[in-house]
Design a protein around this ligand. Structure first.
Ligand code: FES
Ligand SMILES: [Fe+2]
Length: 372
């Protein structure tokens, strides 16, 4: 392996972005690497699943398939949010599906074992003669969760702490810019089935190098110069300012255009002229596919100035442009005609270069090199 953690046809990955070759293409196509990412990254990191407003009342629930795991999140009788594996402890049938509201009990559709909203097994039919059967041994398996500015995160690792994912610092920056986020609700949700490895999608979000070329309209929205950034252990934040009178928006100029990235798969953006937050979650779906969920939050889930324009700029324009880009890149990465390129990173580590792309890949390699 030499001095580099990984090498490809042209050279090695280097801690210094200016000296480094990009991740070899096998990182985007190989089933074994994909499985390691699920185990070492997704099953150990804090993963966004929704917002407290998705669970308005006792019995409200959401189910999700996250990193291959069926997950159930609900509001229990004590009004607290709980997360469980959505799996019956009798013979493994899944319990609830979709989103909705359940009564006092969760009833398994297979043999009707009944669970309380706190996950305890309340009743199990015909178990009178089952030797040493103790319902207390068959409660739902819990998953730990954390609330971050009203957003719900889970972690499959029972020993993970919110600090490991930099959640307290991340929450501080969200609340610093969108203090009402805990009271927001989803205004729109979109799902995109993308034929590209999840990292290709995050890669694309990590660099502004492509924006003037691939999103000419978006590029006219903000000022090239100025802006601020903040880089934490597991998150990054960038703020630029809007130009006045962007088409379709009533911007006066200087409204903030903000983006966040939280390890490993969460990209947030707040376009200027509206107090909304677009939350993009990119989930792996095999080595060559991913699912992108976009939740657009606004105060109380209602229309606010420019929100319709923001939603259509995002959903109909630049996200579609990005999906075409990443699907093309995946085809190239899968071809015999490509293995590695170079990071176009500047000394200032600016968002307009590929420094953030390099640091995302550094984190991937660091986490993959941990013990399983
Ligand atoms: S699998 Fe749930 S009751 Fe049998
Ligand atoms: Fe883009």
């Amino acid at each position: 392996m030499g001095e580099h953690i990984v090498s490809g046809e042209k050279g090695g990955f280097d801690k210094n972005a200016q000296k480094s070759f990009t991740l070899p293409s096998r990182y985007y196509t190989d089933e074994a690497i994909h499985q390691q990412e699920i185990r070492k990254i997704f099953q150990r990191s804090w993963l966004y699943v929704g917002h407290v407003s998705d669970l308005p009342e006792v019995g409200s629930y959401i189910t999700e398939d996250i990193a291959g795991q069926p997950v159930l999140i609900l509001r229990a009788k004590d009004n607290e949010i709980r997360a469980f594996f959505n799996v019956c402890q009798h013979r493994g049938h899944l319990l609830l599906s979709g989103r909705g509201k359940t009564g006092n009990r969760i009833v398994c559709p297979y043999h009707a074992w009944c669970y309380g909203l706190d996950g305890t097994l309340a009743t199990a039919r015909m178990t009178r003669d089952v030797a040493d059967f103790d319902r207390a041994d068959f409660g739902l398996k819990t998953i730990q969760h954390a609330l971050v500015a009203g957003m719900i995160f889970i972690n499959f690792d029972p020993n993970a702490k919110p600090e490991d994912g930099d959640l307290p610092a991340f929450e501080k920056t969200i609340l610093g810019h969108l203090p009402e986020m805990p009271e927001y609700a989803a205004y729109h949700r979109f799902d995109f089935d993308i034929t590209a490895n999840w990292k290709v999608v995050v890669d694309n979000f990590s660099e502004g190098y492509h924006i003037p070329i691939a999103h000419p309209t978006l590029a006219t929205l903000y000022n090239e110069k100025g802006g601020t950034s903040q880089v934490g252990k597991r998150y990054k934040f960038f703020q630029k300012t809007a130009k006045a009178g962007f088409g379709g928006f009533e911007t006066k100029g200087d409204e903030p255009y903000m983006t966040w990235f939280l390890w490993p798969n969460l990209c947030l953006l707040s376009l200027p002229g509206s107090p909304q937050l677009i939350v993009l979650r990119i989930s792996p779906n095999g080595p060559g596919r991913s699912l992108e969920h976009a939740d657009i939050y606004s105060p109380s889930g209602a229309e606010t100035p420019n929100l319709t324009a923001v939603t259509s700029l995002f959903a109909q324009m630049f996200n579609q442009e990005d999906i075409a880009l990443v699907e093309s890149v995946q085809r190239g990465l899968s071809s015999l005609g490509y293995d590695q390129g170079r990071y176009v990173a500047d000394r200032e580590n600016s968002w307009f270069s590929e420094s953030g792309l390099h640091s995302f890949h550094q984190q991937i390699l660091d986490d993959l090199s941990t013990e399983s």
